[in-house]
Design a protein around this ligand. Structure first.
Ligand code: AMP
Ligand code: GLY
Length: 421
């Protein structure tokens, strides 16, 4: 079968590498992919948001199945458009992708169905929001309703910061129409856990849990980034926590979406906080996480393509979904200066004896040379029987990847190891 993966980052490269293991697939396209993936898939230079062009391409080469990985095309209805021309997809349709596309929708859904989350208020009028933050408990959390390139959440420590956040989102419209409404919510504390889950709309199967490291610098200092590294499994996600999450969060969410006439098919991402009052939902994403995917899929023992098809066809209850008992670590190598100003365009070389997987995110190809082409350039992903060994291996193998201006955190997984002790 001919399969297209839509997206261009490390998440998509990981999905492609896993799909390559499936015997059912004869040809893989990455739309648009990146230069670092060229060995694994044929690159098709169409932007992920150009739904019409992607549909035209799918018809032209007779794509049999598509995996729509990023949030924007999912929220914009890429799956609906591809389904209409007869291409089955992995990913939610527009009606279900709203679970990520609108924070107001997701908060109201959780409230309606009693799914644990931070207390909140919705504001569509700036004056009301400003009046609320005058008396809100601090810190307070201000969130733009819609997609905002991962930057729509502001944790305000002071009233001044909270007001600035409200004005920039609702008044200055820094995220455009995504800021027509905002959510202001209670600040929660506790370790964060990412759980990705397969769903066919009725059945839900959680994958191995993961921990992201969002800050740019060691010890969780510095600016927020798209993720500087991940480990799996997450030690804070104990079997007790997992059971509570399944009973109080995962299954209720899938049932709620079904009841709302928005059955969710694809990968549902639960951003959880393990608070002193139990696990609560921080956010839903309607897709695989990045860089969580880079540690979760390498631990999947079953055929990813068969699972994806089962999600599409509503037969997930019959599918074999098995994960290894081992652990994984992905260390992101970024361009020095990311997430602010950085230089790129430098050749990347990888020693031939590398024993980890190099997952490209911000890379391009010129002739036979792969060059850095973004903030997060690549991830080095390693698996091992336990977490300590996976972390050591990932770091050791980063020494075999070379490009000018390479920057990495040195403590990916350190907090997780401490928690294990
Ligand atoms: P999001 O963009 O929704 O993933 O939020 C980004 C980050 O903000 C999360 O990973 C949390 O670390 C933090 N965050 C979001 N909501 C809350 C909250 N209610 N309390 C504390 N931290 C939060
Ligand atoms: N790693 C968080 C996300 O993919 O949104």
């Amino acid at each position: 079968m001919k399969v297209a993966v839509i997206g261009s980052g490390g998440r998509e490269h990981t999905i492609i590498k896993k799909l390559k293991e499936s015997k059912k697939i004869s040809k893989l396209y990455a739309i648009p992919g990146n230069g670092g993936m060229a060995e694994d898939a044929q690159l098709v230079p169409i932007p992920v948001t150009d739904i019409n062009k992607i549909c035209e391409f799918a018809k032209e080469v007779k794509i049999d199945y598509a995996v729509v990985a990023p949030d924007d095309p999912l929220v914009a209805g890429m799956v609906d458009a591809l389904n209409e021309i007869g291409v089955p997809c992995f990913g939610p349709d527009k009606k279900a992708a709203i679970i990520e596309g609108s924070k107001v929708f997701s908060k109201d859904l959780m409230k309606k169905y009693g799914i644990p989350t931070a207390a909140y208020g919705v504001y569509s009028n700036m004056e009301d929001a400003l009046a609320y933050v005058e008396t809100a408990p601090l810190p307070t959390v201000v969130k733009a309703d819609g997609l905002a390139l991962g930057k729509g959440v502001i944790i305000a420590e002071t009233r001044e910061q909270a007001k600035e956040a409200v004005i920039s989102i609702m008044g200055d419209k820094v995220f455009g129409a995504s800021g027509n409404q905002i959510v202001i919510e209670e600040f929660l504390t506790g370790p964060e856990v990412s759980v990705l889950a397969f769903s066919d709309g009725k059945t839900l199967i959680p994958m191995v849990s993961a921990m992201d490291h969002k800050r740019a610098k060691d010890n969780d200092k510095g600016l927020n980034t798209g993720g500087m590294g991940t480990i799996a499994p997450n030690p804070y996600y104990t079997s007790d926590v997992a059971k509570t999450c399944m009973d109080e969060i995962f299954i209720p969410t899938i049932r709620a979406m079904e009841k709302e006439g928005r059955p969710f098919k694809g990968c549902l991402f639960f951003g959880l906080m393990i608070t002193p009052n139990g696990p609560k939902v921080i956010e839903y994403n309607c897709r695989f996480g990045d860089p969580e995917t880079q540690v979760v899929l390498p631990l999947l023992k079953s055929d990813l393509f068969e699972i994806m098809q089962a999600c599409t066809n509503g037969t997930l209850h019959q599918a074999e979904v098995e994960f290894s008992n081992g652990a994984a670590c992905c260390v992101v190598m970024a361009s020095e200066g990311y997430p602010q100003k950085y230089e790129s365009g430098f050749p990347i070389t990888v020693d031939s004896d590398i024993e980890a997987t190099v997952i490209y995110a911000g890379a391009k190809k010129e002739g036979d040379t792969v060059l850095s082409a973004g903030g997060r350039v690549l991830g080095v992903s390693a698996t091992a029987p336990d977490l300590k060994a996976a972390i050591e291996k990932a770091y050791k193998e980063t020494e075999k990847v070379h490009f000018k201006n390479a920057y990495k955190r040195n403590d990916i997984g350190a907090r997780a190891l401490k928690a294990l002790d």
